[in-house]
Design a protein around this ligand. Structure first.
Ligand code: OAD
Length: 229
C-alpha cells in the first residue's frame, strides 16, 4: 500500500509550536503575510530575520510528539511506499525518525545564500548577517518558501499523489494552495482520502472520511489501525 501523508502546523502544536492561524488570525503576533513574503523581507529584513531567528531558536526547546513518532513507525514499515509531505518548517518529523519527508515550504534549519545559491545547515541566527559558508558573502536568508514563491518538490509530490492508494491529511487548515488542492487531486483519481484534524478545515467535505481530535491521539490510532489491519 502506497501512502502519502500531508502534515501542517497542527501536528506540531502539541510539541509546543504555535499554529499559523490562531483564533485571532495571528502567527506569534504577526499577520503571516507581513513576515512571510519576499516583499516583507525587502521592506524590513531585520524584522523578518528576527521573526525566523526566534522560530529557529524555539526548535531547540521542543521535541517530537506521539503523532510524529507514529508516522516514523509507519515509515519503518512502509519504507519507500510512504511519503510525508510537510508544510512545516520545523524538523520534528526527522527528529522522530521519519526518513521520507519532503518539506514543501522549506526548512528553518537551513540557510539559503542568495548570492551563490548554496544551502547550508543552520541552527544559529541570520539577523547578524553571517557569511555564507560556501562563498563568504553575507546574503543568507531563511530557506523557507514565502507567499508568492514556488513550493519545493511539486513534481515529486504529483508523482506520489498519482501513485498513492491512500492520502491522509494531518493538522492543516486547508487554506494555503497548492497543498489545499491535494485532496481534490487524489479524490479525482478515486484514491481514498482521510483527514485527521482538531477542527473542521476548509477542505473537510472533500475527504472520504474526516476524524476530529488532537493529532497525538488520532495519528497513533490510525497507524495502529493501518498496520494491524
Ligand atoms: P494552520 O495554522 O492554518 O492550521 C492548523 C490546523 O491544525 C487547524 O485546522 C487546526 O484545527 C489544526 N490543529 C491545531 N491543533 C491541532 C492538534 N493538536 N491536532 C490536530 N490538529 C490541530 O496551519 P497550516 O495548515 O499548516 O505557509 O498552514 C499552512 C501554511 O500557511 C503554512 O505552511 C504556512 C502558513 O502561512 C507558508 O508560510 C508559505
Amino acid at each position: 500500500m502506497r501512502v502519502l501523508v500531508l502534515t501542517g502546523a497542527g501536528i506540531s502544536a502539541e510539541s509546543g509550536l504555535p499554529t499559523f492561524r490562531d483564533a485571532d488570525g495571528l502567527w506569534e503576533g504577526h499577520d503571516p503575510t507581513a513576515v512571510a513574503t519576499p516583499e516583507a523581507y525587502a521592506a524590513d529584513p531585520d524584522l523578518v530575520h528576527r521573526f525566523y531567528d526566534e522560530r529557529r531558536a524555539a526548535l531547540a526547546r521542543v521535541e517530537p510528539n506521539a503523532a510524529h513518532r507514529a508516522l516514523a513507525r509507519l515509515d519503518q514499515h512502509l519504507g519507500d511506499d510512504l511519503l510525508v509531505v510537510t508544510q512545516n518548517i520545523d524538523d520534528l518529523h526527522e527528529r522522530a525518525g521519519s526518513r521520507h519527508v519532503l518539506h514543501m515550504h522549506g526548512r528553518l534549519r537551513s540557510a539559503w545564500c542568495t548570492a551563490c545559491d548554496e544551502r547550508s545547515h543552520w541552527t544559529g541566527s541570520l539577523g547578524d548577517r553571517p557569511p555564507c559558508p560556501a562563498c563568504g558573502r553575507p546574503y543568507l536568508r531563511p530557506d523557507v518558501v514565502w507567499f508568492g514563491e514556488v513550493p519545493h518538490g511539486m513534481e515529486q509530490i504529483e508523482r506520489a499523489l498519482w501513485a498513492a492508494d491512500l492520502f491522509v491529511s494531518v493538522g492543516t487548515s486547508g487554506v494555503v494552495y497548492p497543498a489545499a488542492a491535494f485532496v481534490q487531486y487524489a479524490a479525482a483519481q478515486g484514491t481514498r482520502t482521510l483527514e485527521l484534524n482538531l477542527d473542521a478545515s476548509d477542505t473537510s467535505d472533500d475527504f472520504t472520511e474526516s476524524r476530529r481530535g488532537p493529532a497525538t491521539s488520532l495519528v497513533p490510532a490510525w497507524v495502529d489501525e493501518l498496520l494491524g489491519g
